[in-house]
Design a protein around this ligand. Structure first.
Ligand code: IMP
Ligand code: MG
Length: 422
């Protein structure tokens, strides 16, 4: 694991839902700031503490650690409605949590039209659909890169916001009516709602880069939180079946305004098997009854949308390529306990003679497998690696051998404490 004072980035090495939320919550006690650098309410980071489950979509997942200040960076997108609901939930646990939350003034805002267009466009696409979370992610990032987006800081200046919003809404209403044969949005209602949101969060709004660099200068230690997963990255993922942001560790620098070398260490999170929600290639995907059983055991339903996740075997070329993209040498292996009771466990070793995961042609990949005997378990509550059953240990060691990566943490249950640290 990281040296005591290193800044650390946590990224997913698969297609999201690797269990990053729990790892961040677990490690959060040793950090001062937990900063998200990309994505928005498409994420669903689950944290379970004392049997109470929190699903974070917008707020950094380490926030339950009282020592942590949560920061939502410029590379993120923010949905005010989702944020406020989540904030209210967290405030029940810590009424003073607002004091520990900062939002970048540069963060682009999700408006109702982004969500409506995301949904209508997916419906229109039929079989070609990406299977987005319909949270408006694609449309809001399009506006950002099209240089017509509206940023959180702009809400704090009523005249400026009114002008930009009017222009934006008249164009979006035109699209909604003419292209999608849908209802236009009420200008006054949306304007007032967002203006009120700006007032509500005014005290949390910062220049994230300035804030973060100053704090680091003072010696504060930062945990950078990735959302989604490496293969949903806009450039290096399985395009077009990806999200609209940079999910790889390189995204930290641009998403938070910090120099790349400030990301001193990157920990990859990989689930002991693989899941994917939405469309797109998945070489080691399982079919038939096997999926049903794993999905049920692992509770593999989307934390954001409730959709059933596709499930498959651990994939070595995928994780190796992901580790390369992120500079990962160590991984946290999650949900090992879900494989308890499997008769055998398979690991995708290579793709018909090559170990190169090529995101552009991976739809044609033919994985070959190694098969190992399963274990009966339970693996939860063992505490120490040496106390894991021999076959469970062999599975972990085989992953290390084939991937060339060290498995430094193993998560064996939903609760924060269900963790083996090596
Ligand atoms: P979008 O990010 O909502 O545009 O969705 C694009 C693709 O990324 C879809 O396949 C989604 O299911 C997937 N996706 C987005 N966010 C997450 C996540 O947090 N976990 C897993 N999959 C995600
Ligand atoms: Mg998730």
């Amino acid at each position: 694991m990281a040296n005591k004072r290193d800044n650390l980035a946590i990224v997913g090495l698969q297609w999201g839902d690797e269990g990053k939320g729990k790892i961040i919550d677990f490690l959060g006690k040793d950090f001062d700031i937990n900063a998200r650098f990309q994505g928005g309410p498409n994420a669903g980071h689950t944290v379970i503490r004392n049997k109470k489950k929190f699903v974070f979509h917008q707020i950094p997942a380490g926030i339950m650690n009282r020592n942590i200040t949560g920061l939502v960076g410029a590379g993120c997108v923010l949905d005010p409605q989702v944020f406020l609901i989540e904030l209210a939930d967290v405030e029940k646990a810590d009424p003073r949590v607002r004091k520990r939350l900062k939002l970048s003034k540069f963060t682009h805002l999700i408006f109702p039209y982004h969500k409506i267009i995301d949904k209508l466009r997916e419906e229109k696409k039929g079989d070609e659909r990406i299977g987005t979370t319909q949270r408006g992610i694609g449309p809001v990032y399009e506006d950002k890169y099209g240089r017509v987006g509206i940023r959180l800081g702009e809400l704090l200046d009523e005249d400026r916001f009114r002008k930009k919003f009017k222009a934006s809404l008249s164009y979006k209403n035109f699209l909604l009516m003419e292209l999608y044969q849908s209802e236009p949005l009420d200008e006054k209602k949306v304007f007032e709602e967002y203006l009120a949101f700006g007032e509500n969060v005014r005290d949390m709004v910062v220049d994230d880069a300035y804030y973060l660099n100053q704090e680091m200068e003072k010696g504060k230690r930062v945990l950078f939180e990735g959302a989604q997963g490496t293969f949903l990255d806009i450039d290096y993922g399985t395009y077009p079946f990806v999200t609209s942001s940079h999910t790889v560790a390189g995204g930290v620098a641009v998403g938070l305004g910090v120099a790349p070398f400030k990301v001193e260490k990157v920990l990859g999170v990989a689930k002991a098997y693989v899941t994917r929600v939405g469309a797109g290639p998945f070489p080691t995907e399982l079919e038939g009854d096997a999926v049903e059983s794993l999905r049920k055991k692992g509770g593999e339903f989307g934390a954001t949308t409730g959709r059933p996740r596709r499930c498959g075997h651990f994939d070595i070329p995928l994780v190796r390529y992901g580790a390369m993209l992120n500079g990962v040498k160590e991984i946290a292996l999650t949900k090992l306990d879900i494989l308890d009771g499997e008769r055998t466990v398979k690991i995708g070793k290579e793709y018909a003679g090559t170990d190169h995961f090529d995101p552009m042609s991976v739809d044609k990949a033919q994985p070959t497998y190694v098969e190992l005997p399963g274990w009966t378990g339970p693996t939860t509550d063992v505490g120490d690696f040496s106390k894991l059953g021999v076959n469970a240990r062999k599975y972990v060691e085989k992953i290390e051998e084939l991937s060339g990566l060290k498995v430094s943490m193993i998560s064996v249950g939903g609760e924060t404490e269900a963790m083996i640290v090596r």
